[in-house]
Design a binder for this molecule. Sequence first.
Ligand code: SF4
Length: 136
Amino acid sequence: MGEANFVKTICGYCGTGCGLVLEVKDNRIMKIRGDKEAPVNKGQTCVKGAFAYEYVHAKNRLTSPLIRKAGKLVETTWDEAFQFIAGQLSNIKTSWGPDSISMFACARNTNESNFVTQKFMRAVINSNNIDGCNRT
Ligand code: SF4
């Protein structure tokens, strides 16, 4: 077994953005603690930030996009997935108008990602139908 490394990062579970220190050994997260130097949380974390990291090493974790073809989900490239999404959104907008499209943003995203999400809906789709779980 190799030596443990300590890696500073930002928790991705909610928009609070707590600083975390990951104890990593043999490319696996062994333990997480709050970063005492992080101004947001000063070493504190909630239960998710400290303990909910098993998914990182889950064997059934999705690692590439999937598109349903002939009723079956098939692995594809990000290029094809984005082309597919853009094509479908264009078709819906042309057929039913921009208000037929809505977007639900996620509190797990960064503020910057949520900003881009609402900008995309308002400026590209021309719809104000945007909401998110981070206001609940
Ligand atoms: S540790 Fe908890 S409060 Fe802090 S960012 Fe993660 S989920 Fe949010």
